[in-house]
Design a protein around this ligand. Sequence first.
Ligand code: CP
Length: 334
Amino acid sequence: MPHLSSDATPTPGWNHRHLLDLERLSGDEIRLLLDTAARFKEATDGCRRKLAVLTGRTIVNLFFENSTRTKTSFALAARRLGADVVDFSASGSSLSKGESFIDTAKNLEAMGVDAVVVRHATPGTPHLLAQHLDVGVINAGDGPHEHPTQGLLDIFSIRERRGDLAGVTVGLVGDIAHSRTARSNLWGLLKLGAKVILCGPPTLVSSRWREVGVEVSHDLDAIVPRCDVLNLLRIQFERQNTRPFPSVREYAHLYAMTRERLKRARRDLLILAPGPINRGVEVTADVADCPQSLILDQVTNGLAVRMGVLWLICGPREDASIETAATPAEGRFV
Ligand code: CP
């Protein structure tokens, strides 16, 4: 068993115990996260192979909202790095007996986990947890507030195709009011020098966003020809008390990315969507599956980003580095 140090040498440029949001990270810290993800993608042959650099670490997935991509991706990323993963399920837990959220988390911490990946409907839940736990807390989505690893993987996918983000124009289209993905994207993109346009109906895109340096538009047809990237966001009906537009059909007519709109876009426009996608609402099926669509590349890149985040948050093993670690399949690594 290799020696594990609880105070392994921190990665230069990274001084955070938690990953709670992108709003409070600097451009250099976001670049470090993206660069680390790129190193893992390369070292694992496109996220397909194992690289046992976090052997002996334990990650707990603490999800209080549904998830397909994020929960699976964190679990796979952790296992590819040799860490153990525990999936905590709120239903069937002692929360039903009145145990508090913080007590639940502290009990999991007492079992010796190294990081907690948390998703919760209430904004700020990961921040609250970080005040009570000594181990790393990673925000996997807190209500409509932020979804930092989604923002990172979206930006990573753009950077892979376009290189430097400076000067790249990204349109975030749809339900900005309820989208944690939109928030994490806009903070990350602004810090890397991209131009951000928020687009959607006035009921879902407040003009107050202009105060942070983004453009606000309610006319998708006007912005499509100007964008290098469109990130198409789902309408989050589950977070809305009243319907923000008369009908889904009318919304789709005005804001769905369609083949007709694609004809008026730049030839090299990149189409992103964080998923889950609702075909026929924010994007038509043919556009979701067209060559410019990075939707499934984003999912693969999510693994690389989460490997990088786990590595930075859990603390690298002192005898392990990304480039020198061999895969278990090669028989050279413990
Ligand atoms: N994009 C995203 O967060 O997907 P899940 O809700 O399936 O995790």
